[in-house]
Write a protein that binds this ligand. Structure first.
Ligand code: COD
Length: 300
């Protein structure tokens, strides 16, 4: 599967609406216009409506393709966009020209936010040159230092993304520095426990096996050299990283060293959230919108 296929093959049903918090930004609007051209989603654009319309016209888009909600400040834009999703008018949320923390605070607001019983976590889908499948990395951007219980929920969220991509029984590798349990390394103890939780049916819809080091998780040769017998080794679909530091560094290494393509989502809230940043390429923004469209359609 290629990320471009998600763009080309928009979900069959009528495109869902994505609410964009502070859309008055050319980079964001370029992605919105492209996604509209691919019939991937409809958009409710929140922010200074006059400015948004002027920018759309300047970028060659059609202002009448969109709905609009006026908001005067960054906080108001986040709250109004979240409200669109909470009211069911939009099926996904997208970060525009606002800070991640302002948007996440609006999402996590107890009364008006998008919280569920589920943990909210970040899942990135990479297309890495030379690797034969899309590989999901989680959590590279939201949960800082998850404990065992949180790691189990982070896996469940990533599995829900994998299922939306057509991977029915994804292989999950909890990535550690070594492939044996070392009680001095909590990540290896958690990895072994998560594997047992999976065998006992406490984590479903996937196959979890670890601890695995990154090389044995993604290279069958490396796994063979170490004599590792595992259904997951060398064929991982999902890499669960132990901390945000590992995840964020892996994410950026894949993009900057390996020239991987990426799309990413935050899931576990009432609706998927697209947290693109300025540094993301136009392509990455479009892939993230495509992921959100497929996820929202699959789980609606
Ligand atoms: N899922 C569900 N509920 C959550 C989550 C979560 N992942 N995180 C917090 N909550 C709930 C808590 O239970 C609590 O009720 C409320 O939200 C506030 O919790 P705090 O006080 O921990 O929230 P914050 O605002 O201090 O922190 C939440 C952030 C997501 C902002 C924080 O975890 C964070 O800064 N994450 C890293 C973001 C980041 O810098 N990424 C870098 C790369 S993009």
């Amino acid at each position: 599967m290629h990320l471009q296929a998600l763009v080309n093959e928009a979900p069959d049903q009528r495109p869902e609406t994505i609410a964009v918090a502070q859309a008055a930004d050319d980079d964001v609007l370029r992605a919105v216009i492209q996604a509209t051209q691919h019939n991937m989603a409809q958009f409710c654009l929140v922010g200074s409506v006059e400015e948004i319309k002027q920018r759309i016209a300047h970028l060659g888009g059609q202002t009448e393709h969109y709905t609009y909600v006026e908001a005067r400040s960054e906080r108001e834009a986040c709250e109004r966009a979240v409200q669109q999703v909470a009211d069911g008018q939009a099926k996904a949320l997208m970060k525009g020209l606002v800070s991640t923390s302002t948007l996440l605070k609006a999402v996590l607001n107890k009364e008006k936010g998008l919280r569920t019983q589920q943990l909210i976590s970040h899942v990135a889908a990479f297309e890495v040159p030379g690797y034969d499948r899309l590989i999901l990395v989680t959590d590279a951007a939201m949960n800082i230092n998850p404990d065992l219980k949180e790691k189990a929920k982070i896996i469940e969220n990533a599995v829900s993304v994998a299922h939306a991509l057509g991977l029915n029984q994804p292989k999950v590798a909890p990535v550690c520095p070594v492939e044996v349990v070392n009680p001095a390394m909590q990540s290896t103890v958690d990895a072994a426990t998560l594997s047992m939780m999976n065998q006992r049916g406490q984590i479903q819809g996937c196959t979890v096996d670890g601890p695995l080091a990154l090389d044995n998780a993604v290279s069958q040769d490396a796994a063979r050299h170490k004599g590792i017998q595992s259904e997951v080794a060398g064929k991982a679909d999902i890499l669960l990283v132990p901390t945000i530091e590992v995840g964020n560094t892996l994410y950026k290494s894949l993009v900057y060293f390996a020239r991987a393509k990426v799309g990413a989502l935050v899931v576990g809230a009432k609706a998927p959230i697209i947290l693109t940043s300025r540094a993301d390429s136009d392509e990455a923004k479009l892939y993230s919108i495509a992921l959100a469209a497929h996820y929202a359609a699959f789980h609606s």
